[in-house]
Design a protein around this ligand. Structure first.
Ligand SMILES: C[S@@+](CC[C@H](N)C(=O)[O-])C[C@H]1O[C@@H](n2cnc3c(N)ncnc32)[C@H](O)[C@@H]1O
Length: 378
């Protein structure tokens, strides 16, 4: 069946209509005419794949990765990097307008860097001596020699892996090039973001793209300075990265995080960077913020993909900090939370960061300022 593609959906698939149903087509770009094969017909929509490109888009490029068609890791290798960045910016605008019901002009230009070799972490799977990544939508392994998203030193390292473990996690320290291999006894490494150094271990979260992370953290620091922040809450703090990054510019930081290993790293990192104004607490943000008072003028939140717990949004509406800095890896949950927070906060701007090039994922920072309601509030 021959179809014309209208636009991309949020996962980078082409959108068209087939027999009055919306149809999502893998490997198809806007304005292309393609031949498709239906994979699955659902009640309200159809999933299809491209079998032949009849009229290609000017933005189409040949994917450089030999595993691209089968591997589930990347989604946008067939589109130019320039168009990928435009797509992500547009996607954030659409989502913000639709779900946060806010003017899309608050979304600024996307920040990007190199499209390949940015990842400082990889999870490999091994079944029957085949080491690699899972094939799209299956548990079959695609054996790989290298991954184009991965740091070049990690690519060299994975060629010599001898372990037969089912899962192997590798991480590399930014600037130090120290390698953490989950199958060995070396269990943590040091990584740099800007001039700050951080210990991280296997289970603790660390942003996968160190170059973009430094740009993002500088954005946070600029806001902290501009807003004259003094008493800061760093929620979902991981290994304490953001709090430590801004510690020289504020009076006090309290970090909260539920992963035990991450808090152990955070306490180590505090000493490593000679920070005497930071405290970390282990526990769930929704539990530990229950009795929080209005002491904090700035709250940084960096939750996982499911966004903020309802209790946390309610708490923010109650304690009303002057500034909220919301770091998000999922624009849909960000938009959902903003639709609640905007009752008492103005959204100053949202800036997308291309933290995960060649995939449909996009990181965002959003700055919110408390609305001035009455004389007392000022
Ligand atoms: C996106 S990461 C951000 C980490 C850190 N801010 C950074 O930039 O490296 C989210 C963190 O939230 C933690 N987390 C997830 N659910 C949580 C919860 N309910 N309470 C506290 N921390 C949580 C995870 O362990 C993870 O470290």
């Amino acid at each position: 069946m021959e179809v014309e593609i209208e636009k991309l959906d949020h996962y980078g698939r082409g959108i068209t209509r087939v027999a009055d149903k919306i149809c999502f087509v893998e490997n198809a770009l806007p304005n292309e005419v393609v031949e498709i094969e239906i994979i699955k017909e659902h009640k309200k929509y159809i999933e299809a794949k491209t079998t032949k490109i009849i009229k290609p888009s000017e933005d189409r490029i040949t994917p450089p990765c030999p595993y691209y068609e089968k591997c589930g890791g990347c989604n946008l290798e067939h589109i130019s990097f320039l168009k990928e960045n435009e797509f992500k910016e547009e996607k954030v605008k659409e989502i913000i307008e639709k779900f946060a019901k806010t003017n899309k002009n608050i979304v600024k230009d996307i920040v990007y860097d190199e499209p390949y070799h940015y990842r400082n972490k990889v999870t490999l799977h091994q079944i029957n001596n085949k080491l690699g990544f899972y094939e799209k939508k299956t548990n079959n392994i695609i054996p790989i020699k290298e991954c184009l998203l991965l740091n070049k030193e990690l690519n060299k390292y994975l060629k010599n892996i001898k372990s037969k473990n089912n899962e192997i996690i590798l991480k590399i320290g930014n600037k130090t090039n120290e390698i953490l291999d989950s199958t060995k006894n070396k269990k943590n490494i040091i990584s740099y973001i800007g001039s700050k150094k951080y210990r991280l271990s296997e289970k603790s979260f660390f942003q996968v793209n160190s170059v973009i992370t430094e740009k993002l953290y500088n954005n946070i620091k600029d806001e902290i300075i501009k807003n004259n922040s003094k008493n800061v809450l760093d929620l979902y703090c991981g290994t304490g990265t953001i709090g430590i990054y801004i510690s020289d510019n504020v009076d006090k930081v309290l970090g909260i995080e539920s992963c035990k290993e991450a808090i152990e790293d955070a306490n180590y990192n505090k000493k490593l960077n000679n920070c005497n104004n930071i405290t970390f607490k282990l526990g769930k943000v929704e539990d530990l913020t229950k009795d929080l008072t209005k002491d904090y003028d700035t709250v940084i939140v960096d939750p996982p993909r499911n966004g903020l717990d309802k209790k946390v949004t309610n708490k923010l509406l109650e304690i009303l900090p002057k500034t909220i800095i919301y770091v998000s890896c999922d624009p849909i949950t960000l938009a959902r939370d903003l639709s609640i927070l905007k009752e008492k906060f103005n959204i100053k701007y949202i800036r997308p960061y291309n933290m995960f090039p060649r995939t449909y994922h996009v990181e965002n920072i959003c700055i919110l300022n408390k609305k001035l309601m009455s004389k007392d509030d000022k």
